[in-house]
Design a protein around this ligand. Sequence first.
Ligand code: NAD
Length: 367
Amino acid sequence: MSNPSLLILAGDGIGPEVMDQVKRIITWYGDKRDLHIDVSEDLVGGAAYDAHGTPLHDDTMARAQEVDAVLLGAVGGPKYDDLDFSVKPERGLLRLRKEMDLFANLRPAQCFDALADFSSLKKELVAGLDILIVRELTSGVYFGEPRGIHIEDNMRVGVNTQRYTEAEIERGARAAFEMAMKRDKKLCSMEKANVMESGILWRDVVTEVHADYPEVELSHMYADNGAMQLVRAPKQFDVIYTDNLFGDILSDCAAMLTGSLGMLPSASLGVPMANGRPKAMYEPVHGSAPDITGQGKANPIACTLSFAMALRYSYDQGDEATRLEDAIEKVLADGVRTADLMGPDGGTPVSTSEMGDAILAALDASL
Ligand code: NAD
């Protein structure tokens, strides 16, 4: 059988810095676990714009369609802020998501015990927190037509359209129910059925899909209440399923429960390929962090945990994913911290590569 494949798109800013540490971990798996991954690399975002005048070259798009998984660092930065909307770095990311048809975005919010004090919420509210937000990613108001800015009665009008078909709602719902089946079998669907027709349809379709997953306890919540509940009592949730716009906001809100953007991985999954596994792209939630780029301060854990998700969902290596997550848990429990994880009491932060060293040492110790 051929090796599993991975296309690395490190991108801009701290993207290449955190990716360097993940590459060391991939090498470790080949050397120490006989788990060989065929890695190729390419450009995305501002880096691709600088080289090709587009944030994603067609050849890169074609390669992304062929591999078992894509691992992306981050895109964007002040240098590209004034570019035309059509060639902004983020367009490269949106094109990957759209053309790979990555309709289910998985964002876990897990609170490592050693970091419970760093959450903006009280420790008892977040210690042991483990929730998963499944966000519909390829439709809704970010893509709906009509859109644009036009003139009406001598005034500029901005228009975006929230649009969902039942098929789009259903396939995301199935992904969310499947995840719930692998976890605590609780799913909360969030929309605004009180004020939006698309929300009424959302609630109806999720309820219909529930018939195929009777073991899962389904609840519905208005998304604004969901935001409140996430900061009031986040542990009430197991899996949350919501649309593209609400998911963008709610998952950032959940992110803050866990302490630092530098800790948060994500996966975006699409339809199954010939080998039965979904098309997939993995990426840290954080951006390119221009304020710390090139200073060795970036936390590589979010990108590393994204690779752990690839091990689990794209390579069927759940045990190895757990090994990597446990290694990170151990490093944090030992008090190793990048600057973003330093509390008010201070201490000496480690650099990006020193955090990589510590994770590799913990992996060695796991053998
Ligand atoms: P950001 O996530 O880049 O940074 C927000 C804050 O978190 C900064 O203070 C940064 O230093 C810190 N931070 C982020 N990741 C960190 C890490 N791994 N370790 C330590 N600290 C970390 O968000 P922003 O500042 O709003 O955006 C900067 C650029 O990134 C913009 O061009 C934006 O468009 C882009 N962006 C890209 C993505 C993506 O590639 N998926 C996501 C969000 C923003």
